[in-house]
Design a protein around this ligand. Sequence first.
Ligand code: ATP
Ligand code: MG
Length: 381
Amino acid sequence: MNKLILVKYAPEIFLKGLNRNKFEKKLRDNIKYVLRGVSYEFIVDQNRWFIKGDDLEEIISRVKKVFGVSEVCIVSQVEREFDIIKEEALRVLKEINPATFKVETKRANKEFPMNSMEVSRSIGGYILSQCEDVKVDVKKPELFLQIEIRDKAYVYEKKIKAVGGLPYGMNGSTMLMLSGGIDSPVAAYMMARRGVGVQCVYYHSHPYTSERAKEKVKDLAKIVSSYTGGVRLYVVPFTDIQMNIIEKCREDELTIIMRRFMMRIACALGEKVGVQSVTTGESIGQVASQTMESLICSDDCSDRPVFRPLVTMDKIDIMDIAHEIGTYETSILPYEDCCTIFVPKHPKTKPRLNEIRQSESVLEIEKLVEEAIDGMEVFDL
Ligand code: ATP
Ligand code: MG
């Protein structure tokens, strides 16, 4: 008997038709990438993926975080012979020692002389004859004993839920506005989970925001990169823009005009580096700049799709995900953000697009955007 890990991928990938091969290849490449440095062997048995290795726990902890993997199972591999399969099924059952069980068999290899029903029934009967206390329960068994018959035969020992989603890098790319807060790293994770390649932009208001605030954003990007296999972070100087707005525009419109600049820069940067969309960590109604009217004003400055994966979520649920993905502790470190420094006392919550366009027309918009991009720093994390 040989213990292996069975890697199951999201059912959505099966539905990709002619593209399925591409998704599978990408997923395999991504799995190989997270397993670098670990000794393992990748085995394919009739479309099923198995991983063999010395340290199964370590392999599981890495593979279950790969987007597109829906479940990882520990299985024992035995020869395709009924008596051997039967003994292995009994061993697994005794090890788990449930009160009730049900056997389910999948026979992918039609050369095997018994059909699935016969195998399940015979093994169920054998187990009952060997164990006194256990009972069969077909509706709600404590142990669902799964057997698969392929080139070899496999008996499932344990199933572990994996992250799901789609293989990273298969669904285009997005420029994620990454602040030091709780929300935007979660937004990055959610886009990445759907297979969208993520690059990040951070607007830095030196000297009003400190070097430590920038380091914090780099730390967050680094955590995001543990899911994506690397992230590029653009740090764009934002002070000149803010100073210009403060000097020349109405105080209650500062935030919304500032957000329009953030959007313009994210799009211009996307154009420059070949990124197709923009993502933010905004959630509807969360703060003054996240009303429907404010979102209309910022989307007005975008020439590409703007994604807000958190738009319908409550803060508490966003925080739960931040805990899960490991960004929360870093996000709550108390360094200032450029938005919090220049906050108007009474920000407009229902800005009118025409009025905002009019107000900001006194600014040299294109020049400010260009200068900001010219001054950016790039970090590969
Ligand atoms: P977060 O927790 O992500 O900071 P928030 O609730 O504090 O969000 P805002 O400060 O209004 O909300 O920011 C909304 C979104 O705008 C953020 O989620 C992020 O995508 C973007 N953003 C805000 N500040 C910056 C910044 N300095 N650099 C890059 N993006 C930013
Ligand atoms: Mg913020």
